[in-house]
Design a protein around this ligand. Structure first.
Ligand SMILES: Nc1ncnc2c1ncn2[C@@H]1O[C@H](COP(=O)(O)OP(=O)(O)OP(=O)(O)O)[C@@H](O)[C@H]1O
Ligand SMILES: [Mg+2]
Length: 475
């Protein structure tokens, strides 16, 4: 269980603290290195390459933040845990933002220290940070959000059930996946949307069934509990599960055994349950729509996702991130908001939270088709906007399809030249996509000389490499 050979460098100007930490960690089988000054720590880290550094924030001459910075400058990539005294939690959070793995508050507790250390040395090898600029990157620096992520990381390696609550679009699913990524459970992340599956089917979905066990059961089916064995089962929209199914799920969780429909052989399963809801479960219990006993089973750890209005400082950051992503999708070299455009975005309310902001930004980028989006551009789009449909609204069928935002917007353009330019730009991007981003072939199909196509790419700020990286080669 304990990695005997892991080496930990402890850095604090107070000798007593270094000794106290060293004693605890030595007993656990770690090898200890010590330093009492920042510069000394940097030297030791570079020469000895420890697996982990535990670093005090407050030190004379070169404080913890400077030391952290210097360590990263010198290419030291192993995790660093920050120790902060009373009152410099802000600094600690900032340190985490700058790449520290975790922070601990003084006075240190033995358990807190050990959990943080175990998590840190364990994840070093496994942790593959999501590539910046990718769709899956998690954005947020606001302390309210960072706190959530830190809790998520800390509880990730345990098997404790987690209930994620929070308004619609706050990132509940994002965090559920994050917990799975940070857990040691490298098996599947299996998702069940309890609201989307009709009640007659949910039991078979969760527990599986045997061929012939009911009309329509033409083959054996593996249930989600079994599919998630050794991994994580994400029960999304748990508040929408019927009472009947709740009873069965409770039993499965309590007994760690499931029985597929039509079978009499119990299967034992080891799953970590993460559930999510935007309903107020206390009220659902009050109104007899949710079982209290199941609630206590699921809610061992509660993570409440802050709504966007509680973390307004993240709005500009997210606006940039979502603009970059949709810019890439639209073949723009870069899509960026000016500062006042971001300020304008940050002043709005987002009842649909991150999802709404993301949809809005995508819409602005698509409509404006510009590399630099000004406050005026944003205003123009906000002014003629009535409603930003969320993902959930899109399937509303049988109504005639509304014109796409870019279409309506095209008719707001007065100048013929601008109109032509925008259409031409979209056309070129589409043809590039259709021809696997092969410029010669695209030019040929478009019946224009290659040199002309190059000129247009330049003129319209289209970055073919980016487009190709984004969409991939396949046609
Ligand atoms: N911190 C974040 N960084 C980047 N993208 C995010 C973040 N939080 C949410 N998103 C994005 O916002 C959208 C909504 O997130 P998600 O589906 O996780 O929300 P939810 O809380 O599960 O919503 P609902 O209650 O409607 O199910 C997704 O497209 C997701 O990628
Ligand atoms: Mg969700």
């Amino acid at each position: 269980m304990i990695a005997m050979s892991k080496r930990i460098l402890i850095v604090d100007d107070e000798k007593d603290i270094v000794e106290a930490i060293a004693n605890i960690l030595t007993l656990e089988g770690y090898a200890i290195l010590k330093a009492y000054r920042g510069y000394e720590a940097v030297k030791t880290a570079v020469n000895e390459k420890p697996d982990l550094v535990i670093l005090d924030v407050k030190m004379p001459i070169m404080d913890g933040m400077d030391t952290l910075h210097e360590l990263r400058q010198k290419g030291f990539k192993k995790p660093v845990i920050i120790i902060s005294g009373h009152g410099d939690i802000k600094t600690a959070v900032e340190a985490v933002r700058l790449g520290a793995f975790d922070f601990l508050e003084k006075p240190l507790s033995r358990n807190g220290l050990l959990i943080a250390v175990q998590n840190a040395v364990k994840t070093t090898a496994e942790q593959e940070p999501t590539e910046p600029g990718s769709r899956n990157e998690i954005i947020g620096r606001d302390p309210a959000f960072i706190q959530c992520l830190r809790v998520a990381e800390r509880i990730a390696p345990t098997t404790a059930p987690v209930l994620i609550t929070g308004d619609t679009g706050t990132g509940k699913e994002v965090v559920a996946r994050y917990i799975h990524e940070y857990s040691k459970r490298k098996k599947n992340f299996v998702e069940v949307n309890c609201a989307a599956i009709p009640d007659e089917l949910i039991e078979s979905e969760l527990f599986g069934h045997m061929k012939g066990s009911f009309t329509g059961a033409i083959a054996d089916k593996t249930g989600k509990f079994v599919a998630a064995d050794g991994g994580t089962l994400f029960l999304d929209e748990i508040g929408d599960m019927s009472l009947k199914t709740q009873a069965k799920v409770l039993r499965a969780i309590q007994e760690k055994i499931i029985i597929p429909i039509g079978s009499n052989t119990p299967i034992s399963v080891n799953v970590r349950i993460i559930s999510a809801t935007n309903k107020n479960l206390a009220q659902e219990i009050e109104e007899n729509r949710f079982r209290e006993d199941l609630f206590y089973r699921l809610n061992v750890i509660e993570l409440r996702m802050p709504s966007l209005s509680e973390r307004k400082s993240d709005i500009p950051l997210m606006a940039d991130h979502f603009a970059t992503i949709s810019g890439k999708e639209n073949g723009l070299k870069q899509a960026q908001f000016t500062d006042d455009a971001k300020t304008l975005l940050a002043e709005r309310d987002y009842p649909g939270n991150v999802r709404e902001l993301k949809n809005l930004v995508e819409r602005i980028v698509v409509i404006s088709q510009k590399s630099t989006i000004s406050m005026e551009d944003v205003k123009m789009i906000l002014d003629n906007r009535f409603d930003i449909p969320g993902e959930d609204f899109q399937e509303k069928a049988d109504l005639p399809a509304p014109p796409s935002p870019s279409e309506t917007d095209f008719f707001k353009i007065n100048s013929l030249k601008e109109f032509r330019d925008r259409i031409e730009r979209l056309f070129i991007i589409e043809k590039l996509k259709q021809n696997g981003f092969n410029i010669s072939r695209t030019a040929e199909i478009m019946e224009t000389p290659r040199s002309n196509l190059y000129k247009k790419l330049e003129q319209y700020d289209i970055d073919v490499k980016e487009l190709e990286a984004y969409y991939g080669k396949e046609i």
